[in-house]
Ligand binder design. Sequence first.
Ligand code: IDP
Ligand code: MG
Length: 180
Amino acid sequence: MGTKRSLSDQKGLVDLGAKHARTVKSGWTGPNERTFIAVKPDGVQRRLVGDIIRRFERKGFKLVAMKFLQASEEQLRQHYWDLREKPFYNGLVKYMSSGPVVAMVWQGLDVVKTSRKMLGETNPADSLPGTIRGDYCVEVGRNVIHGSDSVESAQREILLWFKQDELICWEECSEHWIYV
Ligand code: IDP
Ligand code: MG
């Protein structure tokens, strides 16, 4: 990058306008790895949003974006493009667009892999107690939460669900108690 940084980059490094949280520039590796998490329509209806957010917060991951929305079938077709040949694809798109979801980006060391462990297996019946799917659901077609399965998927999904300026990079006061 050298010394010639664009204005927006410089602003990304330190935003002195923020009173309680200094914003910092973020990459995609190490403690800056990001994942896309969504509480699905059944999770919202079943009042699981607070518990799910609490689990990620308590783990030590950092929330960098969140929105509450009802996604279009078109957006969900793109989101689940890899599964378009599956027999459950149309039902999945209908289910995911049937009500509001909470879309989030969480950041932290190994956040993609660790989030998948926190979610449990795709089929709740295979998910251990203590995981989100293990604790809160029984059927694969109503498994309450989505989490990216790789760093590459996370990048693609975050681009699909969020604009760049909706991702807030902020310095948390507890960082030195979470990372060495
Ligand atoms: P994942 O959500 O654990 O990554 P994927 O295989 O990517 O699992 O499937 C995406 C979503 O599609 C699942 O979370 C689940 O909601 C749904 N799904 C997967 N397999 C089935 C199935 O056999 N029947 C119905 N729905 C399924
Ligand atoms: Mg998946």
